[in-house]
Ligand binder design. Structure first.
Ligand SMILES: Nc1ncnc2c1ncn2[C@@H]1O[C@H](COP(=O)(O)OP(=O)(O)OP(=O)(O)O)[C@@H](O)[C@H]1O
Length: 230
């Protein structure tokens, strides 16, 4: 299986703060759904931002889609191919309506208005969100916003999904729908999640980030007690 992301020995510290990442390494191969868990504040969202170049590590290597990425220009391709669903949907959604939010990415990639609107209809249809098309984005519930954030990212036709707490604010039924949708996509994924049940359903492999480093984490089905405490 081709390796899509390979990061090694990452060191990252926010200004005037001790390092959040201190020697973190991981790979993501095609077809994998890699779950990452770990305590609050361990650096999981920070790691996701390093993967797409929104934060630049002080040391270590980021290899993505077969090339080492160092400069801002190197990450343009990474951000086009890796769809990042932020932890907070309000960071992702900024247009007046759902259709405009979902169309934004394709339009930004140079698609015509008609093409972008066709993508909007297809993606919202695939996610069972067609009725949301003309809804006012900022009036959606937290769970609805999360689904629309996923629609925005899928509209960009990514090769990889980076999902930060995708089951946050979702009820049981919507979580099950999210699992079904995601498992039906032929995409590799990095899934940051505290939700042991969600990880159990989704992950083909699990890591835990703690004290700056990533280590293999046994699947919850084998050590349910330990996983539920994560
Ligand atoms: N812009 C920033 N400036 C300074 N410190 C930050 C900044 N962003 C995050 N941090 C700190 O870095 C640490 C890691 O944050 P991060 O959001 O990556 O953790 P996390 O593992 O995703 O946490 P959670 O599970 O609570 O979402 C935390 O202590 C956080 O307060």
């Amino acid at each position: 299986m081709p390796v899509l992301f390979e990061v090694s020995d990452l060191v990252f510290a926010y200004p005037r703060r001790p390092p959040v990442l201190s020697g973190a390494s991981m790979t993501l191969a095609a077809g994998e759904r890699l779950a990452i868990t770990g305590p609050n504040g361990a650096g999981k969202s920070t790691l996701m931002q390093v993967l797409v170049g929104l934060l630049r590590p002080q040391a270590g290597r980021v290899v993505a889609f077969g090339a080492e990425r160092r400069e801002e220009a190197d990450f343009h391709e990474v951000r086009r191919r890796a769809g990042y669903v932020f932890q907070d949907p309000d960071d992702q959604l900024f247009c007046p309506t759902v259709a405009e939010d979902v169309a934004f990415g394709p339009l930004n990639l140079g698609r015509s208005r008609a093409e972008a609107l066709a993508v909007v209809d297809r993606v919202l249809g695939d996610l069972g969100l067609s009725d949301f098309r003309d809804r006012v984005t900022h009036k959606l519930s937290g769970g609805e916003k999360r689904l629309v954030s996923l629609a925005c990212v899928l509209a960009m036709d990514p090769d990889v999904l980076l999902l930060d707490e995708p089951s946050n604010a979702l009820d049981e039924e919507t979580t099950a729908r999210m699992v079904e949708i995601l498992c039906g996509l032929p995409l590799a994924m990095v899934i940051v999640s505290h939700d042991a049940h969600f990880r159990r359903k989704m992950a083909t492999r699990s890591l835990r980030l703690d004290k700056g480093a990533l280590a293999p984490y046994e699947p919850a089905c084998r050590h349910a007690g330990a996983a539920d405490r994560a």
